[in-house]
Design a protein around this ligand. Structure first.
Ligand SMILES: Nc1ncnc2c1ncn2[C@@H]1O[C@H](COP(=O)(O)OP(=O)(O)OP(=O)(O)O)[C@@H](O)[C@H]1O
Ligand SMILES: [Mg+2]
Length: 321
């Protein structure tokens, strides 16, 4: 199951991604946490020391593409592979149970409470946008497009909400998107934009209130987002202490906040994986990107990369065994 935490700057995306990844790892299943935000803080929030970060995927796009394309005859070279190029027959697919492939072994490191961390590496506003051929976030899109994840296996992405993920289709690559919102008018503004995009593409979204100070804050969010409000996390002294550099583990978190993490996990676990939508939208966004810029950038007709016989999801794996 893949999940993204998105929201306004400073709302708590990184904090919640890290807490949720730690919590989910404590419950068993493999967890990969991916830092795909402009400012890269997820490693720190997972308790990793500076200098212990994995190799950044965004700086090794060619190596990643070279591996993923495998011997797919429809992809002529790594340089003809763009962030939306979907897998096809011959492509290499990734699994979360084994994680012995060069992407997981080469680009992730373990963190103290269990999650594996992958990072895009820092990027700037200039790296965002549909026409960006070398988009670092594109590494995450390629990773998710080639991933065969099942129930009880998790990828948690700390992501910038906005133009790039909408244009490329990255926002459609998740089983659930949690929009982190502080109880302010600014805090819910990103929600409206996201909700409208999400509704157009059948993408499930729920709001997680954060830094809540009392019933008035909950009532405000309820009033603004209605039933989309899943759960709220309180303003946390334990999180503040962690930010001040004190040692932190999940056991230090307030019980109400731990329960909220449980609610988030339960909600994710009740989502049905929709591989059909996933595959259909992968093709849809690839064609759109091909036409908008990628055909020109690569000098090829990238519509030809689409393998009409390829079925997204685990069916294909069991068939090929
Ligand atoms: N529930 C909470 N209680 C107390 N402090 C919190 C809580 N959630 C987040 N914070 C604090 O709020 C600040 C912003 O959080 P965080 O860095 O997670 O936000 P972000 O959305 O990832 O920000 P950015 O957009 O800069 O990436 C941090 O100092 C963090 O410790
Ligand atoms: Mg952040």
């Amino acid at each position: 199951m893949r999940v993204a935490f998105v929201g306004k700057g400073g709302s708590g995306k990184t904090t919640l991604s890290a807490l949720f990844a730690r919590y989910t790892a404590s419950r068993g299943g493999p967890v990969v946490a991916v830092d795909a935000d402009i400012n890269q803080h997820l490693g720190m929030a997972l308790g990793l020391g500076e200098g212990a970060l994995p190799r950044p995927m965004g700086s090794h796009l060619t190596e990643i593409k070279e591996y993923l394309r495998g011997d797919n005859p429809r992809i002529s070279s790594a340089s003809a592979m763009v962030k939306t190029t979907p897998p096809g027959s011959g492509s290499r697919l990734l699994r979360l149970d084994e994680r012995d492939d060069p992407i997981h072994t080469g680009f992730s490191v373990p963190t103290p409470e269990g999650p594996q961390l992958m990072v895009t590496g820092p990027f700037s506003e200039d790296d965002l946008g549909v026409a960006c051929y070398h988009s670092k976030v594109g590494a995450v899109e390629l990773y998710l497009n080639h991933l065969l994840d099942g129930a009880g296996e998790y990828v948690v992405v700390d992501m910038t909400a906005g133009a790039d993920s909408f244009a490329s289709g990255l926002f459609t690559r998740f089983d659930m998107t949690f929009l982190v919102a502080e109880p302010t008018r600014q805090g819910v503004s990103v929600y409206r934009q996201y909700r409208d995009y999400a509704a157009d593409y059948g993408v499930p979204v729920a709001v997680v209130g954060n830094k809540i100070h009392g019933p008035g804050d909950v009532a405000f969010l309820r009033d603004q987002v209605g039933d989309d409000l899943l759960v709220c996390l309180e303003h946390s002294a334990a999180i503040r202490a962690m930010e001040q550099g004190r040692p932190f583990t999940l056991r230090d978190l307030e019980p109400a906040n731990s329960r909220a993490l449980g609610t988030i996990l339960d909600h994710l676990d009740t989502q049905e994986k929709d591989w059909f939508r996933f595959g259909r939208q992968a093709v849809q966004f690839h064609l759109r990107n091909a036409e908008a810029w990628a055909n020109r950038a690569t000098g090829e007709d990238l519509a030809a990369q689409i393998d009409p016989g390829f079925v997204f999801g685990p069916t294909r794996v069991s068939l090929s065994r």
